[in-house]
Design a binder for this molecule. Structure first.
Ligand code: ADP
Ligand code: MG
Length: 707
């Protein structure tokens, strides 16, 4: 995302000596390199370290690539079994001897290699039977090497077959960049950070940073360069996000919820049969403050499974109603949407509030009259699936749109909600149970206000989590019998993924049959739910479990999201090793919702990979969603985190969201401080920032409307 002030760097790539029109085409196609500056912006992904010299005696590891200095004592040509020749050399340094072997270019090497001369050699070590050797080492006469400078760390660039075939492999790219740098000077890399930042953070100049990231002479230069460029990358993104947020906050008018009225109060005093937790009260206050201000709310509500987000959502909707607006709640699945509909209808019983349900299953006349009522303002609260955001759905006066479990919705889908009121932009509340690690939240939700429910309702007992293996199965069955005898209900969850769907389905059915054997009808009843069933059947089975008519629910992860059956206190997960951490956490969150002690049994095979073991151990150790999210990010990397896939926000050039937390926080804090004191970047000391942001307007991605 750099910007260069120079016409040199803006030149088309074909004008670089050694490129020309044909190679330019390939560079454009294969590497998106159009201009000189793109070549420089394509950073090496690793370096070949030629700063260190190994001693032969210190080599203990097979397969490492290293550099040595020593004498080529002798070599001879040996004829192999297949009549082909190989060249075998004897190499010696101050500490010992080893063999060098070449299978190719034997004739050429025979002529050019010089025995008794000192060489610097580079290559991959193999150790066989205690004997050390190097196959096809790069050989350089040390005497010739001395006057070469700047190749202490050699950059390696991403390449493709096409690039390689056209003489644009990593080595040649290196040469091109070297040539380019000969033409460039400091003036080509104007500073974009104010002096008070570069001084305070001791950042390398931009020129040095760009030069050193390609050609560091030592490890310090490499670190300086990456430090500077990583900082720059994240800092400007944050600056941009924060300025966008300010613009939104000052310009975008939202519905004004001036007062709390009769509906909210009646619910609060007469209907709510528990005390709100401190965290719920705090979040409600934040939402009230926000929606009363006249500025549109764009808020993410994070709260672990079972923390009671729904009630906060419902009470926010009542505030909207009290101010003459409509509200809607969108859930990602039919089951979850219906559950919300039922529980909200129940809680509002006896109050004069019209709640309606809409999904793909609502059709024909029923649908039409619902749509008419919505338009006429006869419906106060609409609950449903993504059917809600379709174009024919027109509200009279939508003031608040809530989406539950946001990671299931695409960014584009969600942004449609913004357009559902012609007069004002509805307030948006995004509820998620996916705890997003701090560093990630900063990036993905830089423009959202974030509320956190970090407290569970009182009286919840910590779920006991145990790791069990196949050999424990009979004890697990016994345990299930005991729990059912106490009136509890049990989930048994099997993995089902697209790629192995057939096998998984069989696995699920086998598991179901096995359980039938241990829990025979009519004394016991079981439900079964999986994604391949018709949604009508699914709902029926689910409903039987919700009503307590079945004791065991055998299911795939369709139950992962949001299902609430307080009497279910045992979660048994089969093939635990095949689930990701956040998925396991979501699944476990289905129990522990009532007053009873709950259990989560993680069944696995005996042999586990290191990762699987770590995931299971994490689950046994903690029930804290944030801790689990951090562990998940460390194990899988941020690119695979839920909620980030569609945002596309994670394609950084250099920043690594897991490893660079230090830089990320520094950059974020600094950007925040600057925006707090100088929101429009008008202070003379910030002039470079302002200019750079303006020039980069289209380059730095805008995630402003991510909700
Ligand atoms: P989630 O945050 O996972 O969506 P829910 O909103 O489904 O959680 O709440 C889980 C359960 O906790 C529900 O049965 C709800 O009625 C109950 N609950 C919510 N808040 C409280 C509270 N303050 N005290 C007691 N129970 C509560
Ligand atoms: Mg929920």
């Amino acid at each position: 995302m750099a910007f260069f002030n120079s016409s040199t760097l803006d030149s088309p790539i074909e004008y670089l000596k050694g490129v020309g029109p044909i190679k330019a085409e390939i560079l454009k196609e294969e590497a998106k390199i159009f201009k000189f500056k793109d070549l420089i912006e394509d950073f090496p992904f690793r370096y070949v370290d030629k700063t260190n010299f190994y001693l032969i005696k210190d080599i203990t590891q097979d397969g490492i690539t290293i550099q040595l200095k020593g004498t080529l004592v002798s070599f001879e040509k040996i004829k192999g079994k297949n009549n082909r020749h190989r060249l075998v050399g004897l190499f010696k340094d101050s500490s010992g001897f080893m063999e060098l072997v070449w299978f190719q270019s034997v004739k050429f090497l025979e002529k050019s290699l010089k025995p008794h001369h000192e060489y610097t050699i580079y290559g991959r070590i193999s150790i066989y039977d205690g004997k050390k050797s190097m196959v096809h080492p790069e050989m350089e006469l040390t005497s010739e090497r001395l006057d070469k400078k700047g190749n202490a760390f050699q950059p390696v660039y991403h390449s493709t077959d096409k690039l390689n075939a056209r003489g644009l492999d990593s080595k040649n790219r290196r040469k091109l960049i070297q040539r380019l740098f000969e033409k460039l000077g400091k003036q080509d890399f104007p500073e974009n950070l104010p002096e008070y930042i570069t001084k305070k953070m001791r950042l390398a100049s931009r020129h040095d940073a760009y030069k050193w990231i390609h050609f560091p002479e030592n490890i310090e230069q490499k670190q300086w360069a990456t430090q500077r460029l990583k900082f720059e990358e994240f800092f400007f993104l944050q600056l941009k996000l924060l300025t966008t947020k300010i613009v939104r906050k000052s310009k975008l008018k939202g519905a004004v919820f001036q007062h709390i009225g009769q509906k909210f109060n009646e619910f609060y005093h007469n209907k709510l049969n528990f005390e709100l937790t401190g965290a719920q009260k705090r979040v409600l206050k934040e939402i009230r403050h926000n929606t009363g201000s006249g500025i549109q709310m764009n808020r993410l509500l994070q709260g672990d499974v079972g923390s009671g987000k729904t009630i906060v959502g419902l009470m926010s909707m009542l505030i909207a109603l009290d101010n003459g607006f409509q509200a809607c709640l969108m859930a990602p699945t039919e089951i979850l949407a219906q559950q919300h509909f039922r529980s909200i209808t129940d809680s509002l019983e006896g109050m004069n509030i019209k709640v309606a349900f809409l999904s793909g299953t609502v059709k024909g006349k029923k649908r039409q009259s619902l749509l008419d009522d919505l338009k006429d303002g006869k419906i106060d609260i609409l609950i449903g699936t993504h059917a809600l955001i379709e174009d024919p759905v027109v509200f009279k006066n939508l003031g608040l749109a809530i989406t539950d479990e946001q990671h299931r919705f695409g960014v584009a889908q969600r942004s449609k909600l913004w357009q559902k009121n012609k007069n004002v932009v509805p307030h948006i509340l995004v509820m998620t149970a996916t705890p997003i690690p701090r560093t990630l939240a900063m990036t993905v939700y830089g423009d959202l206000d974030v509320s956190v429910i970090d407290e569970l309702p009182p009286g919840r007992k910590e779920i006991q989590t145990l790791h069990k293996r196949e050999k424990d199965r009979s004890r697990v069955i016994e345990f299930m019998h005991k729990q059912i005898a106490r009136g509890r209900q049990i989930y048994v969850v099997f993995p089902l993924i697209e790629e192995s769907a057939k096998l998984d389905l069989k696995n699920l059915n086998d598991g179901y049959e096995r359980l039938l054997h241990y829990f025979p009808r009519p004394d016991f009843q079981m439900s079964i739910v999986h994604g391949r069933m018709k949604s009508k059947d699914k709902d029926l089975e689910m409903q039987r479990f919700v009503e307590g008519k079945t004791q065991i629910m055998v299911a795939t992860t369709v139950i992962e999201v949001g299902v609430n059956v307080p009497n279910a206190s045992v979660m048994i997960i089969e093939n635990t090793e095949r689930f990701g951490l956040s998925q396991l956490h979501q699944l476990r969150g289905r129990v522990g919702r009532g007053g009873e002690q709950s259990f989560c049994l993680l069944m696995s095979s005996d042999k586990l990979s290191k990762d699987a073991k770590e995931r299971i151990q994490t689950m046994v150790r903690t029930t804290n969603g944030f801790e689990i999210a951090e562990a998940d990010m460390n194990l899988r990397g941020p690119g695979n985190m839920q909620g980030t896939q569609q945002s596309g926000v994670l394609d950084f050039k250099l920043i690594n969201l897991v490893q660079d937390t230090g830089i990320i926080e520094t950059a974020r804090n600094l950007a925040q401080k600057i925006i707090d004191t100088d929101p429009n970047l008008e202070h003379p000391s910030n002039i470079r920032l302002k200019r750079y942001l303006e020039r980069m307007k289209h380059k730095i991605k805008d995630w402003g409307r991510i909700s």
